[in-house]
Design a protein around this ligand. Structure first.
Ligand code: SF4
Length: 490
């Protein structure tokens, strides 16, 4: 069994059990068995962290695959010890599981490595789609349990907030368990299915296209309807008389839009549904949905009231298109000023394809947000507030599994990290319920001493490398090297 031994378990007499004190559950673990979270086990009477300790190695190649133990270990400046598989600091009076020393370009560095147990944590999920997922504040469910909510949409993306302390510990036991399992799956880059009250079913997975109501999303919109008009107005000029870019946020009308005005596009007399915001920009032309441009329409003409006979003319050419170019239709007005479907001309087809070309691939992005401002800090220093202060003074590089973490301003140590940049299988759970996630603090040895660090517990990285239970993961090639980044601070 690959394992990391830990000396803090307590033997329980003739029963040959060990007590795990790595979280408040305090499992009594029989010989050869694991505790409730499967992270710790009783190996020959010794409390043992079952999963191997994960190292990342700096690589400039694009191959980020984890090859268990296959990467050569060594070269201290190229090897970084992550918190994944390290064990926790709980119950906090003791130093972090690993406090390792390295040298970087002549500077003595220290990395404090632990797995944090987080109740205050969540995942912010950015879903690149205009399709309507559900009303803001609507509940998000998994297996029938409420695990999060729809939050404020961003430009071209729908946003979900998943997990959090209220779902983990503030509801029923079942809700807490379901939330915890779902959060671990999301963090570990697995595909999860979510159902939104009054909205869509969506499948999200870090770094993969979202699937909305069974349809994989391909493109992220090039911009809102108004922006699309602005970007492409010049290219459409002369090919068509009027363009309507259908968008749930702002539907754009070329001839009325400032871009069309400046190009001298002739007024078309088109009369739109919805609320006119400013010239050529319309709100609420339809209801939100999974149709054209994030609206509920399948027939674009439903958002056109008609044409002013004083202004429009027979033979007028009208293009209607969505913000991704996924939907488009072309019409020519007949003698009664009714739009009649027509085939797109070749140049106009190329112009529509140009919209699609300019869309980025639609992805799901999963960001972990966790509050490490509590007792975990005592594993780093005897005076925990000094760690917070040192981080705020930019003396400490904070990483999660070697991935750069953004530390929120204000009190505490609230970190945010893209799980795609972390090693695979970085997250675990404990049944309290709470999420287990890796954390590393890297700083100069001199700064560590100054903030009251546990200097007696510092060991050379080579000592840890000599351990057998290791898993090597290439660091995301886009991640800054944590030790080098730490050496640059302060
Ligand atoms: S749930 Fe896991 S971490 Fe908590 S006491 Fe049991 S074995 Fe240890």
């Amino acid at each position: 069994m690959a394992s990391n031994e830990q000396a803090t378990g307590h033997m329980r007499g003739a029963l040959n059990k060990v007590r795990c004190d790595a979280c408040p559950v305090l499992c009594q673990i029989s010989a050869g068995r694991t505790g409730a979270c499967d992270r710790w086990g009783n190996v020959d009477g010794v409390l043992t962290r079952i999963d191997p300790l994960v190292l990342t190695q700096h690589s400039t190649t694009s191959d980020n695959s984890v090859a268990g133990g296959e990467l050569p270990l060594g070269g201290e400046s190229r090897t970084f010890l992550t918190g994944v598989g390290s064990g926790t600091t709980y119950p906090d009076y003791k130093p972090a599981p690993f406090i390792v020393s390295t040298r970087h370009e002549g500077v003595d560095m220290v990395t404090v490595v632990t797995e944090g147990i987080f109740s205050y944590c969540s995942f912010k999920v950015k879903i690149d789609t205009d399709r309507y997922l559900g009303p803001e504040q609507a509940n998000v469910r998994h297996g029938g349990e409420i695990v999060g909510h729809v939050t404020t949409a961003e430009y071209g993306s729908q946003m979900l907030s998943i997990g959090g302390v209220h779902h983990l510990t503030g509801g029923s036991k079942k809700e807490g368990r379901a939330t915890c399992d779902l959060m671990a799956a999301l963090g570990n880059k697995q595909a999860v299915e979510l159902a939104i009250d009054g909205g869509a079913h969506v499948v999200v997975q870090s770094g993969r296209p979202p699937i909305v109501d069974g349809v994989p999303e391909a493109r992220m919109r090039v911009g809102c309807g108004s922006a699309t008009i602005g970007i492409f107005a010049q290219q459409w000029f002369g090919l068509v008389d009027e363009v309507v870019v259908v968008d749930d946020h702002i539907t754009g009308v070329l001839s009325e839009h400032q871009a069309g005005k400046q190009l001298g596009v002739r007024p078309s007399g088109i009369e739109m549904r919805g609320r006119r915001s400013t010239p050529g920009r319309y709100f609420k032309v339809a209801n939100p949905g999974v149709g054209w441009g994030g609206t509920d329409i399948a027939d674009p003409l439903t958002i056109v009231e008609g044409f002013d006979p004083e202004v429009a003319w027979p033979g007028m050419r009208l293009l209607m298109v969505s913000t991704t170019g996924e939907h488009f239709a072309y019409y020519v007005l007949d003698a009664q000023l009714r739009p009649q479907p027509a085939d797109l001309t070749l140049p106009l087809r190329a112009a529509v394809e140009r919209i699609a070309e300019n869309c980025e691939p639609a992805l799901s992005t999963v960001l972990f947000v966790g509050g490490a401002g509590g007792s975990l800090r005592a594993g780093v220093t005897n005076s925990p507030v000094r760690l917070t202060q040192a981080i705020k003074a930019a003396l400490v590089n904070v990483t999660c599994g070697g991935a750069p973490a953004y530390v929120w301003p204000g009190g505490g140590i609230t970190v945010m990290v893209d799980v795609a940049r972390m090693p695979d299988r970085s997250f675990g759970t404990v049944p309290t319920p709470a999420i287990v996630a890796p954390l590393e603090f890297t700083l100069k040895l001199a700064d560590y001493a100054a903030l009251g660090g546990h200097l007696d517990s510092v060991v050379p990285l080579e000592d840890v490398l000599a351990r057998k239970a290791l898993r090597a993961a290439r660091s995301d090639s886009a991640n800054p090297w944590p030790v080098a980044a730490g050496a640059l601070l302060g």
